[in-house]
Design a protein around this ligand. Structure first.
Ligand code: TTJ
Length: 667
């Protein structure tokens, strides 16, 4: 079969659409407004693929009077010939079966948007529609088939004559499936505009023909046409609209063996960095190898140029990656045959070969640009040097804070109850929350090798703070001084005074928060301690269960229930209390009395007496501690960034999604 011709032979694994209607969320993520709009993009992606293959220049999305949406292109049309495996027209197979692999034409030579991150296929749209009509215009004829809930109403037929060429698919989302079935033109436009920027030379129009429009659409014109001859260069121009720019956007493309690479960039006098990356038109918000390659090449090329021009003197250090990205706006777009999407939100490009592919192109083309545009090149280098000088000044200020501060002087903080030993390999530092827990821990500890540092209140949120500001915080300074290894550029792991650093917080929400803050601090500034296995989390018990002289400590509710069963007492009885109370446990409101057995719940470390704290939590012979591993920290890092970073929206989302898993809420 010659390349570029098409037939219906390559559809591989076929499956009906029943599972889609049973569990729509599995296929389109959700059945809310987001999932609803996803249906449109699913169809548009097919048309974009046809455009990327070079066969389509116009895509029209229309919101019809009857609540349906139509997507039409002027491509070659979905194949209508008979698919050998099933004996049905290819169009029917494409729209009524879940086809693994997503290839329904003979033409799999190109890069595809559909079948990428969300590409579940147009049949999924069909399954979730109360009604769908597909039309293919080719060879002067209109081939047409209609469906209800994904099932053909009749065989495909020739329904008329036409001069047109292309595909038109219209559908009405099934109200049985979706919470709401009203489309928002403004929502659709955001993504369609982006797609138009990314697919240079293709026009994407949106037409609103509805008589009733939702509130957010009422002010909008009824017709938009997104067409950007400049593609991503126009995108960069648009992003930099309100900035004072250095020259026009730089644009280049290259068809490498690993895939297609396209880059546009422009510097402005802003201090922000705005670099966005895409793989097969899908926004890779978590970056990936294409972005890594871009950044590496940028740093290398600008440094090389600055050196040959003498802008960087021999004895001066190279510009850092951050220096060369200050004021940069860039779009990096790659297309590849088999994109791998990884990461927390599956939006990180995992194909390692794209690093070199992008790096090589950018090295070459950017160097060439700088050579050919000396005026712009001077502007760019000047901007980067400015960023570098600002960074050096900030560092000097920070160093002086460190030198002037208590760190070098080594005056240990007053509230540290240090241990006697000076052999770090046997020394332990317990970081405890609050003075009262600190008091218990001081009584409980073995002073020969255990030191206690009580921290008051919530320590600073380090994710958002710079090092200098962080060092102004007394709690953090005390901790850093106690550990003895310094911080930032004067850090020396060899000077660590304790080889075990133990975070010991209460088993409640506040404790968890302080633990997260501490982990953030360690992850950001003392990653060596994680690598070296020096960081631990203490495991104080949740309950003390006592029957006569027999005392047991348990660390979870499950363990508690198990223990009580062993004693022949059921959980419910405990809650109700009972007769024959023989024992009373003092010191707590939460004492529950039952025959012979008492259960005490520890709300905080302060509620344990020194002996109990030693026995259960601090005694190396009996305690369990969790060692914080790099893997924990890596996993935590994502949470840190979401929870602690400056962006509010993702944090709210994280909290909403995880709220149910926060147990032991201390109300
Ligand atoms: C497949 O490979 C051979 C040539 O035609 C290719 C194809 O299917 N092209 C195509 C599909 N163009 N447009 C579509 C399409 C457009 C919409 C709006 C919806 C769907 C499901 C497909």
């Amino acid at each position: 079969m010659p390349k570029g011709s098409y037939s219906a032979e390559q559809i591989q694994v076929l499956q009906g659409l029943e599972p889609v209607r049973k569990r729509p969320g599995m296929y389109i993520g959700s059945t809310d407004s987001r999932g609803l709009h996803h249906l449109v993009h699913e169809l548009v992606d097919n048309a974009i693929d046809e455009a990327m293959a070079g066969h389509c220049t116009e895509i029209i999305v229309s919101l019809e009077k009857d609540g349906s949406v139509a997507v039409e292109d002027n491509g070659r049309g979905i194949p209508v010939d008979i698919h050998k495996q099933t004996g049905r027209p290819a169009m029917e197979v494409v729209l009524t079966t879940l086809h693994a692999g997503g290839k329904f034409g003979g033409d799999d030579s190109g890069y595809k948007v559909s079948g990428g991150l969300h590409g579940v296929g147009s049949s999924v749209v069909n399954a979730l529609s109360s009604h769908m009509r597909a039309e293919v215009f080719r060879d002067g004829k209109v081939y047409m088939q209609e469906y209800k809930q994904g099932k053909p109403v009749a065989d495909m037929k020739v329904s008329g004559k036409t001069e047109k060429r292309g595909t038109r698919v219209s559908f009405k989302p099934d109200p049985v499936i979706f919470d709401a079935t009203v489309f928002s033109m403004s929502t659709l436009m955001t993504r369609l505009r982006q797609q138009a920027y990314l697919t240079r030379g293709v026009a994407i129009s949106v037409l609103d023909a509805r008589s009733e429009r939702p509130e957010e659409d009422k002010e909008l014109p009824r017709l938009y046409r997104f067409y950007f001859e400049g593609g991503i260069a126009a995108y960069v121009e648009h992003l930099n609209e309100s900035q004072e720019c250095i020259g026009s956007p730089i644009w280049f493309e290259h068809e490498a063996s690993e895939g297609y690479v396209e880059v546009a960039l422009q510097y402005s006098q802003s201090f922000q960095e705005h670099v966005v990356s895409f793989a097969n038109n899908i926004h890779t918000s978590e970056g990936g190898h294409h972005l890594t390659g871009f950044k590496a090449a940028l740093t290398r090329t600008i440094n090389a140029y600055a050196r040959t021009q003498g802008a960087l003197k021999e004895k001066e250090d190279n510009l850092t990656a951050e220096d060369v990205r200050e004021g940069l706006t860039a779009v990096v777009s790659v297309r590849l045959k088999e994109p791998q999407f990884e990461g927390q939100t599956k939006s990180k490009l995992g194909n390692a070969e794209m690093k070199t592919a992008v790096e090589t192109v950018v090295n070459e083309k950017l160097a060439q640009y700088l050579e050919e545009h000396p005026a712009e090149a001077r502007g760019v280098v000047a901007k980067c040097l400015l960023a570098s000088r600002a960074r050096l000044a900030a560092r000097a200020a920070r160093d002086s804070v460190i030198r002037k501060g208590a760190l070098e002087g080594m005056t240990l903080p007053g509230k540290l109850a240090d241990c006697q030993s000076r052999d770090p390999s046997e020394c332990e530092l317990f970081i405890v929350e609050g003075d009262s827990a600190g008091g218990s821990a001081k009584q409980a500890r073995r002073r020969e090798f255990q030191a206690i540092l009580p921290l008051r209140g919530k320590i600073l949120n380090v994710e958002q703070s710079r090092l200098d500001k962080m060092l102004a915080n007394n709690e953090i300074k005390a901790l850093i001084v106690a550990m003895g290894m310094g911080v930032g550029e004067v850090k020396e792991v060899g000077k660590l005074r304790y080889h075990r650093i133990v975070i010991m917080t209460d088993a409640d929400v506040d404790g968890a928060h302080i633990r997260t803050l501490l982990l953030t601090l360690f992850f950001r500034y003392f990653v060596e301690l994680l690598d070296g296995g020096h960081l631990y989390i203490a495991q104080p018990p949740l309950y003390k269960i006592q029957k006569g002289k027999d005392v047991r400590y348990v660390f979870s509710d499950v363990e508690k229930e198990k223990m009580l069963k062993e004693y022949g007492v059921k959980g419910e009885i405990i809650e109700e209390g009972g007769e024959n109370i023989e024992e009373e446990v003092q010191d707590t409101e939460k004492t529950v009395k039952i025959p012979h057995v008492s259960v005490q719940r520890y709300k905080g470390l302060g509620e344990m007496n020194a002996d109990q704290l030693w026995d259960t939590t601090m005694d190396p012979e009996h305690r369990t501690m969790l060692r914080v591993t790099m893997e924990d920290a890596e996993r935590a890092n994502a949470a840190f960034t979401t929870l602690m970073g400056p962006e509010v929206a993702p944090r709210r989302k994280f909290i909403q999604t995880h709220a149910k898993t926060v147990k032991n809420l201390d109300i």
